[in-house]
Design a protein around this ligand. Structure first.
Ligand SMILES: Cc1ncc(COP(=O)(O)O)c(C=O)c1O
Length: 360
């Protein structure tokens, strides 16, 4: 008989994600290069040209710097923090897994504010945590259920709390003050705030500005800086928390290419700001276009937004047959919704035509 894996592994929830599923496309006879992906929330204007240039000069025969010191120094300077407060990871996904690995014991109470990115609960389930899930509701405009969160914090005194801000998939932005007040009231809880989409929310404040010892901020460089294929993210927090994550991390998890790309991307803020401005305008026009088709997108602070369509999976299927991929929201417990990430104006036009053709 084969050795059996840990029981927690078998009980872990299966998590769906956006982005192209190459096997699915092959099954449908679709060419990935000709499929327009509205399902992954990535800056469609791509990375800075400086990134491509930097990649060409990276020696790939050597191991990367295990500590990623140059990149951490660049991030620290960008954030007004010290390098000891910053850790980089193979995408923010690796970092949130490290948080679970480093801090959560079997049976620990933890809080995940739902509906949200599925990896938090997956990582926590593998650690055997008891997960409390205060959940934002459609009939309350998907606002973070502050009373429910406060109740779960009071009753369970959790080891940690995960909050995504602005939230995936709802796009709802919570001002940092609530999190900072919770952090003050619950010093024994680690508040992990995933700000992977904060750059897309023009003018939004970061919870970093109110720096609390028990707040850890996660950021992705795969979304705003468009480095999804390279995988790069970072976390900022108290040096002792950051050190715990560093101890749990496998060595060399951030490649030399990703480190060089990260430094080059950070140096070209003009490219980022230009593309974010174009994207905000493209989003406004796309939301308006969907409105003209009789749809009512949910107001969102991010580059993506939810749209109630009746049967999300059916619309996804119909659009995919036309070479257009959107995210159906069944896995978020919202089967009546799709999530659309804004792309460039001309591509958004193709989505609008396809939706009009399919009808609802
Ligand atoms: C909220 C949120 N956090 C983190 C991630 C993971 O991003 P990364 O590519 O940095 O691993 C995603 C990806 O979809 C996300 O939606």
């Amino acid at each position: 008989m084969l050795p059996t894996p840990r029981p927690e592994l078998m009980r872990m929830p299966q998590v769906a994600h956006g982005s192209l599923d190459y096997a699915e496309l092959a099954g449908l006879g679709l060419d990935p290069d000709r499929t327009l992906d509205f399902s992954a929330n990535i800056n469609p204007y791509g990375p800075s040209p400086a990134v491509t240039k930097a990649l060409a000069g990276v020696p790939v025969h050597r191991y990367p710097d295990r500590e990623a010191l140059a990149l951490r120094r660049a991030l620290a300077a960008h954030l007004g923090a010290s390098p000891e407060q910053v850790i980089v990871g193979n995408g923010s996904t690796e970092l949130l897994w490290l948080v679970a690995l480093a801090f959560v014991r079997a049976g620990d109470p933890v809080v995940v504010v739902e509906p949200t990115f599925g990896e938090y609960a997956r990582a926590l389930a593998l650690m055997g945590a008891t997960i409390y899930r205060p959940t934002a509701r459609p009939d309350r405009a998907f606002q973070v259920p502050l009373d429910e969160v406060a109740g779960d914090l009071r009753r369970s005194r959790p080891r940690l709390l995960f909050l995504c801000n602005p939230n995936n998939p709802t796009g709802v932005l919570l001002p940092p003050d609530s999190v900072l007040a919770w952090a003050r009231d619950c010093p024994e809880t680690l508040f992990v705030v995933d700000e992977s989409y904060l750059a897309f929310a023009s003018g939004a404040r970061s919870v970093l500005d109110g720096a609390h010892e028990n707040v850890l901020v996660l950021r992705s460089m795969t979304k705003d800086y468009a480095l999804a294929g390279l995988r790069l993210g970072y976390a900022v927090g108290h040096p002792e928390v950051v050190d715990a994550l560093a101890r749990a991390r496998p060595p060399w998890s951030v490649s030399a290419l990703a480190q060089a790309a990260g430094i080059a991307a950070l140096e070209d803020q003009a490219h980022l700001l230009r593309s974010l401005k174009l994207l905000a305008e493209a989003k406004r026009a796309l939301v308006e276009g969907l409105g003209h088709l009789g749809l009512e997108p949910v107001p969102s602070a991010a580059n993506f937004f939810l749209v109630p369509v009746g049967n999300g999976a059916a619309l996804r299927r119909a659009l995919l047959q036309r070479g257009i991929l959107v995210r159906d929201c069944e896995s978020f417990g919202l089967p009546a919704y799709i999530r659309i990430a804004t792309r460039r104006t001309e591509e958004n036009g193709r989505l609008l035509s396809a939706v009009a053709e399919v009808g609802l």
